[in-house]
Design a protein around this ligand. Structure first.
Ligand SMILES: *Cc1c(COP(=O)(O)O)cnc(C)c1O
Length: 406
């Protein structure tokens, strides 16, 4: 089955729901058994982890199981679990795999709330957290210790868009008995296949492209056979559960993921290529551009790109950055991404030195489903406003120099 066909079929069982095309929204806490025999059967089915077994709302309803089945299949993993947010998926997966005395390696370009969870929460419980540089060329092997239990990867990294060599990292981690946990939100289940590349646990912030319409929060963890019992147990121990209405929105978004992504990819690349040629731009950090340091790895391991990338402006002035952003009409100023609409946010990179060789102000763009020419025209206006502000500041400085001779 080809990917777009799989997207249409994944997790759907109309025969179970009176022929209804979409798995309905099941709102439930209690699931009744009709007799003691049925009660025993429910308990048996749950213990045997039969797909679709429902015993209590917290463990999911048929709505939940439809999304879990769909994402597990698309990511190429064994089983999935749904969470009320992407960050809940991240924090639960890490809690499941790490214990006091363990060492975890986390890339410095990981989504910053992920690093904060490790450093603020798991560190309090005796987990040793070490940040590593995803691109310095030093094999991860040198950082692995006998007590390294998890290597956390995110490729491309948030904001910096560094591409990691996931197969090489996985091979090294496995040799030392460590699990590889990946945030695969940028690649989505369509453009990066984590389990083929050696990952043990893959995380989706489904809030982004899977929901796809900026109207619900959701996360999904997908496991291989080894990690499944650990992650499932901790998820249940912590009482993690997501609401059926949000899950329905994710299932609905999923059906159009392939066509939406194709458009985000094409438009994003077109906008990135245009930006790269503008004199006001210092750098465009988009893995599908040949100028990107991780381009060869991206081409080797990914089958597409989404609409999210970073741009470094030449200006170092906050006022000019402000002029740029305030002149944009089609790029909303706000966090998150993966919806149908374009977004911009300024950021200060979490890394420095050779890891961030740029001088100018940085923004992250999400290219939505608008016509790319409208977006380019919008960015042109923004860059002009930025230049005007730079020129104004220069003139003021010149005036000042004239009136105040030293
Ligand atoms: C947004 C995001 C998350 C967290 O998802 P939420 O649903 O907002 O909790 C995790 N990882 C990445 C890369 C993200 O961009």
């Amino acid at each position: 089955m080809k990917e777009s066909t799989h997207l249409v079929c994944a997790g759907r069982h109309p025969e179970r729901f009176g022929g209804v095309v979409n798995t309905p929204i099941f709102r439930a806490s209690t699931i009744l058994a009709g007799s003691m025999a049925e009660w025993e059967e429910m308990k048996r089915a749950r213990a045997a982890e039969e797909p679709g077994a429902t015993t209590y709302g917290r463990y999911g309803t048929p709505t939940t199981h439809a999304l879990e089945e769909a994402i597990a299949g698309l990511e190429g993993g064994y089983r999935s679990l749904v969470f009320p947010s992407g960050l809940a998926a991240v924090s639960t997966a890490l809690t499941a795999l790490l214990s006091a005395g363990d060492h975890v390696l986390v890339t410095d370009s990981a989504y910053s709330p992920t690093r904060a969870f490790l450093e603020r929460v798991l560190a309090r419980f005796g987990v040793e957290v070490e940040t590593y540089d995803p691109v310095d060329g030093k094999p991860i092997e040198a950082l692995l210790r006998p007590n390294t239990r998890v290597v956390y990867v995110e490729s491309p990294g948030s904001e910096t868009f560094d591409i990691q060599d996931i197969p090489a990292i996985s091979a090294a981690a496995h040799k030392h008995g460590a699990y590889v946990v990946m945030d695969n939100t940028w690649g989505t289940p369509l453009y990066f296949k984590p389990f083929v590349h050696g990952v043990d646990v893959s995380i989706q912030a489904a809030t982004k492209y899977i929901v796809g319409h900026s109207d619900a929060m959701l996360g999904v963890v997908t496991c291989n056979r080894d990690t499944w019992p650990l992650v499932k147990q901790t998820t249940h121990d912590m009482g993690q559960t997501a609401g059926p209405d949000d899950i329905y929105l994710a299932l609905r978004g999923l059906r159009t993921l392939a066509v939406r992504l194709q458009r985000h990819w094409q438009s994003g690349l077109r906008v990135a290529q245009w930006l790269e040629q503008q004199p006001q731009v210092e750098a465009v950090l988009h893995p599908a551009l040949p100028s990107h340091p991780g381009h060869a790895l991206w081409k080797r391991d990914f089958t597409g790109a989404c609409g999210l990338f970073s741009v470094v402006l030449r200006t170092t002035s906050k006022a000019s950055l402000t002029a740029f952003i305030d002149a944009l009409e089609h790029f909303g100023l706000g966090v998150s991404w993966g919806g149908y609409e374009s977004l911009v946010i300024p950021f200060t990179p979490g890394c420095a030195g050779p890891r961030w060789p740029y001088q100018g102000q940085a923004v992250r763009l999400h290219v939505g489903l608008e016509d790319p020419q409208d977006l380019i025209d919008d960015l042109r206006r923004g860059l002009m406003a930025c230049s005007t502000q730079d020129a104004r500041a220069q003139n003021e400085e010149a005036d000042y120099d004239q009136t105040c001779p030293t």
